[in-house]
Design a protein around this ligand. Structure first.
Ligand SMILES: Cc1cc2nc3c(=O)[nH]c(=O)nc-3n(C[C@H](O)[C@H](O)[C@H](O)COP(=O)(O)OP(=O)(O)OC[C@H]3O[C@@H](n4cnc5c(N)ncnc54)[C@H](O)[C@@H]3O)c2cc1C
Length: 385
């Protein structure tokens, strides 16, 4: 799939081209046939995660000594792109591999890395990150969940909501206050292994506008006793700084996903308008259709060139918060505009669930909201003006 024909960026090596093709073939054969069933059920089957792990498609950027594939963010990128091009937008694997695992790798002790990363890489454990609460989402300093010292460990109390992979997760990084009298300085990241956490409860699997097969959920922690080794790293009060350092990668992952969805929307729409007829002509032969698609292709091409620049910057360790925020805001906003215009060219069929453009339109909407809303992205960009 390449409706844009942007030249291959320098970071995209021959190995990565092969990996992307291999991932696409695997996803088409093993996961895509189950999407309808998962969409109906509102959750993927656990076995899908095992298959992803066996195929080496989880934690591709984690070092081999911790069970990963020893790749880089470029490896995560092509796998995530293959997932989005396949229409598997509801799968929480990009979050598991590109967001949860890096927290453990970058801030965990050697013991924590050895304990958790191999299980995340194999799919034996599914990861989640629980920041948002019923009372606070954008304002992370305001979290009410607490991890209070007790004996040799901690006691965790609080409620989280909108948590991706919430029903399946075995390992949850919970944003909590170890010092509730402080704001950012009171925040720590606590790693909860759900199998061992008495007092942990999964709440509702939330019904949503889109991403039907994603098990986005409420989570509750009531006097959950945690060992001291649940604190990510060795020092309390580092959580907010750790989040701030990792969020640019999360935002870039969302931009990459949005870009792949734009490509898919264009590909689907070009194919449809070349088939469907009205007034004795193909839909693509109307000048309006050509103008709409020409505009979409132009805007998506500009977006892709900027995104490739951001990925190259990130691979060089130079992507700053403002630029990552621009990518997240710009690509997800543009995705909304492009899916809307593409859907219009499908006429009534665009509104029908059985047409992939319809689901793509619904799935796209949340991307302007999660991983930091686009308004928060603009605040971060504006700080550097
Ligand atoms: C499908 C889905 C999956 C998600 N997955 C996860 C997950 O895995 N883990 C997790 O922790 N969270 C997750 N979230 C939560 C998501 O990150 C939050 O919804 C998001 O950060 C916004 O927080 P909020 O919903 O509390 O909105 P609020 O913070 O209440 O914001 C409401 C509105 O006010 C605006 N606003 C807020 N502050 C400002 C400001 N300072 N200036 C201008 N405007 C402002 C916002 O932009 C928004 O438009 C998910 C959400 C969804 C829908």
């Amino acid at each position: 799939m390449d409706p844009l024909q942007v030249p291959r960026p320098t970071w995209m090596t021959e190995d990565l081209v092969l990996l992307e093709e291999q991932a696409s073939r695997f996803l088409a054969a093993e996961l895509v046939p189950h999407v309808e069933k998962w969409t109906e059920a509102g959750i993927m089957e656990r076995s899908a995660w095992d298959k992803l792990g066996q195929a080496g498609l989880l934690c591709a950027s984690m070092p081999e000594e911790y069970g990963g594939a020893g790749g880089s963010f470029a490896h995560e990128t092509v796998i995530n792109r293959a997932i989005a091009h396949a229409g598997l937008d509801a799968i929480g694997a990009p979050l598991h591999s590109g967001i949860v695992a890096p927290y453990i790798l970058n801030y965990g002790t050697e013991e924590q890395k050895k304990k958790w990363l191999p299980k995340l890489a194999s799919g034996e454990m599914i990861g989640a990150i629980a920041m948002s609460e019923p009372g606070t989402g954008s304002d992370l300093q305001g979290v009410r969940t607490t991890a209070r010292r007790s004996g040799n460990g901690y006691v965790l109390n609080g409620a989280k909501t909108f948590i991706t992979n919430g029903q399946h997760a075995d390992l949850i990084i919970v944003v909590a206050k170890t010092d509730p009298t402080e704001k950012a300085k009171g925040v720590s990241l606590m790693v909860v292994e759900t199998a061992e956490a008495a007092g942990f409860r999964r709440g509702r699997k939330l019904k949503k506008l889109g991403l039907d097969a994603a098990d986005t959920s409420e989570l509750f922690f009531e006097d959950v006793a945690l060992p001291a080794s649940s604190l990510l790293g060795t020092e309390e009060g580092q959580g907010f700084a750790q989040l701030m350092r990792e969020l640019p990668q999360e935002r870039l992952i969302v931009a990459i996903h949005a870009m792949a969805m734009m490509e898919r929307a264009l590909e689907l729409t070009i194919a449809y308008t070349k088939e469907r007829q009205a007034f004795g002509r193909k839909i693509i032969e109307f000048q309006n259709s050509q103008f709409v698609l020409a505009e979409c292709k132009t805007e998506a091409t500009v977006a892709k060139v900027f995104l490739d620049h951001c990925i190259a910057q990130h691979l060089d360790g130079k992507l700053d918060t403002a630029t990552a925020s621009m990518a997240k805001y710009w690509h997800t906003d543009l995705l909304g505009k492009i899916t809307d215009r593409c859907l219009q060219l499908f006429g009534g069929y665009g509104y029908m669930d059985e047409y992939p453009i319809s689901r793509l339109y619904r799935d796209a909407r949340v991307m302007r909201i999660y991983a930091g809303t686009n308004e928060i992205m603009k605040l971060l960009i504006a700080r550097g003006l």
